[in-house]
Design a protein around this ligand. Structure first.
Ligand SMILES: [Zn+2]
Ligand SMILES: [Zn+2]
Length: 181
């Protein structure tokens, strides 16, 4: 996952990604914690090319992940598509981004990533893109009814005999009592 900058000067380069999620440090931790499961490698093809003073890395990665529904805890498997757009700018001798003045604002908006030396290691930046694409709150479906707080039954599979919790009613009465005083 290294881009050799002097080689890139001649022509755009295809980068084939076919990586285990656990080869990325943070993803490895998420898998260890049981937060998410990767059913598949992270795969796809990226292209690295010069665009003016910037090296652009673009493309799409895909994988399949499984995480638990936030309400009823059933495992939910979904296809994940990760759009990659990384823009790298070299640092000049003063440690400033070596880009033309007139494109500087746009560059900042794009989130320019500084590089120095003769190589760019895509791994940490790709990992960031993958993390951003992970499902934030998994739901098996929008109308998921969750688990009964009393007996733990999955309410999507039918109701249960439990009485609705009375705790909140009691608390409300207490508040009224205080307000009157
Ligand atoms: Zn659910
Ligand atoms: Zn119940």
């Amino acid at each position: 996952m290294l881009i050799q900058i002097d080689k890139l000067k001649r022509r755009p380069r295809q980068i084939v990604i076919d990586e285990q999620a656990t080869d990325f440090a943070v993803l490895h931790d998420l898998v260890e914690e049981g937060t998410i499961l990767f059913n598949d490698k992270i795969h796809g093809t990226l292209e690295a090319a010069w665009a003016g003073d910037i090296i652009q890395v673009t493309g799409r990665l895909a994988t399949t992940v499984t995480s638990s529904c936030g309400r009823c805890l059933v495992p939910v498997t979904e296809q994940l598509v990760i759009s990659v757009l990384l823009c790298y700018a070299g640092l000049d001798d003063d440690g400033e981004l070596a880009v033309a003045e007139d494109v500087e604002l746009t560059n900042q908006e794009l989130g320019l990533i500084p590089y120095s030396g003769s190589e760019i290691d895509l791994r940490p930046d790709l990992e960031q893109e993958i993390i951003m694409a992970l499902p934030q709150q998994t739901l098996c479906e929008k109308s998921c009814r969750g688990l009964c707080p009393v007996c733990g039954r999955n309410l999507n599979q039918g109701g249960c005999e439990c009485a609705p919790p009375v705790f909140h009613a009691g608390l409300a009465a207490l508040k009224n009592f205080k307000a009157k005083k």
